[in-house]
Design a protein around this ligand. Structure first.
Ligand code: FES
Length: 104
């Protein structure tokens, strides 16, 4: 399993609560909801839409292309047209650093 790697600073989180990054050739989105942070692939499993550009309702992030919703806590696909989960990564906050451990 990979190690936790620093990917951003807490202060870099935009007001939108979403930060899209490329880490180790992977597109990810960090989502901040109140004081909790989550990290999933920034890739919709329906047709590759950029999830980080979608609307956030509670813990559900909607793909901007065709509206499939994903749970940012687990990556689970909640609505059609997506049927497969997107990858969910572990995240830690240490001081001002945001660290992510990419899943396989
Ligand atoms: S690409 Fe995301 S719902 Fe179609």
């Amino acid at each position: 399993m990979s190690e936790f790697i620093p990917v951003a600073k807490v202060a870099e989180m935009p007001d939108s609560g979403r930060l899209c990054l490329e880490v180790a050739d992977r597109f990810i989105v960090i989502v901040k909801i109140e004081n909790d942070y989550f990290c999933i692939d920034d890739v919709c499993t329906h047709d590759g839409g950029p999830l980080g550009e979608g609307e956030l309702h509670g813990f559900c992030l909607a793909c901007p292309r065709h509206g499939a919703q994903f749970d940012v806590r687990t990556g689970e696909a909640l609505t059609m047209p997506a049927t497969e989960p997107t990858a969910c990564h572990e995240i830690q906050i240490k001081g001002d650093d945001i660290l992510v451990r990419l899943c396989e």
